[in-house]
Design a protein around this ligand. Structure first.
Ligand code: NAD
Ligand code: GLY
Length: 356
């Protein structure tokens, strides 16, 4: 079992990573739960079916009294109605400000619970027990919580840090292959932006979901350092958005249900790396190396849509400024930086890429 610390002054917390840790997680949660009232465990049907029995046993063995809220799976939970359903459940169990919410699931459960925790009675403690690869390497760490609104994704949210992130990589053994691939896009992203060493370990023999503990640890280590230095995403944290500006545009263009988040980010990373090379910002050949790594995990890398259609969507992105947007580029694999680029520069570079 390995522990990392997120060193946010006044909001420090641990990320504990260990195979088989679900068996002992109850003891860790018991120390966080207020005495005399049940913890609220929020999960989804797939996660509970696969791991609920073990999780329940772990909580019961540790003497944690808890009530479950089991949601149907899917992004639709990250909504006003999903949030309101949680408030109703918390109200029913009389969850006080000293209580504890436990998010047991993927990024959807984690983002929704985090926002509910930030707002229930003006803030109650919560813990993340992530069960998808994407959530274990990214969404459970760093305190970005949100729901989607009719106007766009993640528009209502808060920075609200959990009290603990407890990661059992063995839970990934039941993850559908497509969800595993989607998470691998984020793992490859960490190598591409920050760690050539991690990138190289990923491009050797592809690890199975069971052998990912080291990669998960390294991703969490990179993210916890970045979050501690730039919690509110004004500087270094933006590097974590490599591939996301164009990836989000692709998700929006395709109605949010065609691609998993990581699949869209994979397209976005390849497009951004290509733009970087054509603008002389990235070492020649960077996008080819990245492409091979993504394809080794079965991710598609050629966005099949019209890239020109993405420009109007970029213009309405919450991060666009004036006639452009700050994008993340790779100097080379393992090194990244942000730079403002105009929409015209993006369009020209994308057109040049399509013509090649
Ligand atoms: P998800 O939570 O929808 O989970 C994907 C699917 O896997 C679901 O059907 C779920 O039921 C199932 N599942 C989860 N764990 C399982 C397991 N161990 N075994 C079997 N099935 C399992 O999706 P996700 O990819 O984890 O998260 C996507 C969400 O994360 C998006 O809403 C995205 O916006 C958000 N996100 C947030 C951040 C952040 O920093 N807060 C970062 C990246 C993504
Ligand atoms: N997922 C990007 C971030 O947490 O900043």
């Amino acid at each position: 079992m390995k522990t990392l610390s997120v060193g946010l002054p006044g909001n420090e917390y641990d990320i504990v990573i260990g195979r088989g840790m679900l068996d002992g997680v109850g003891h860790m949660l018991r120390d966080l739960a207020g005495s005399g009232e049940p913890a609220a465990v929020v999960t989804d049907e797939n996660v509970w079916r696969a791991h609920g029995e073990k999780f329940s046993a772990s909580l019961s063995d540790a003497g944690v009294d808890f009530e479950r809220v089991i949601l149907p799976p899917g992004e639709a939970n990250k909504s006003m109605s999903g949030l309101s359903g949680l408030y109703e459940a918390f109200s029913g169990m009389e969850l006080s400000r000293r209580g504890l919410i436990v998010a047991f699931g993927g990024g959807v459960v984690g983002d929704l619970c985090g926002f509910a925790a930030a707002t229930w009675k003006r803030g109650v403690g919560y813990a993340q027990v992530p069960t998808t690869l994407l959530a274990q390497v990214d969404s459970s760490v760093g305190g970005k919580t949100a729901i989607n609104l009719a106007y766009g994704k993640n528009l209502a949210g808060a920075f609200y840090q959990p009290k603990l992130v407890a990661i059992d990589p063995d839970t990934l053994s039941t993850l559908p292959a497509r969800e595993f691939r989607s998470g691998m896009a984020e793992v490859i992203k960490y190598g591409a932006i920050y760690s050539e060493g991690l990138f190289e370990t990923l491009t050797g023999d592809a690890p199975s979901p069971r052998d990912l503990s080291d990669a998960i640890y390294e991703c969490c280590s990179i993210k916890s350092g970045i979050v501690a230095r730039d919690e509110r995403d004004f500087g270094e944290r933006m590097l974590l958005n490599f591939g996301h500006t164009l990836g989000h545009a692709i998700e929006k263009k395709s109605g949010f249900d065609r691609y998993r988040h990581g699949e869209a980010v994979a397209f976005g990373m390849i497009l951004a790396a290509g733009i970087g090379e054509r603008m002389g910002l990235s070492a020649p050949g960077t996008s080819d190396v990245l492409r091979k790594a993504l394809e080794a995990y079965g991710l598609e890398t050629e966005y099949p849509g019209e890239t020109g259609d993405l420009i109007p969507i970029l213009k309405s992105d919450k991060k666009s400024e004036g006639n452009g947007v700050r994008m993340v580029f790779l100097k080379c694999i393992g090194e990244s930086f942000t730079r403002p680029v105009s929409f015209a520069e993006i369009q020209n570079a994308l057109e040049a890429g399509s013509a090649e």
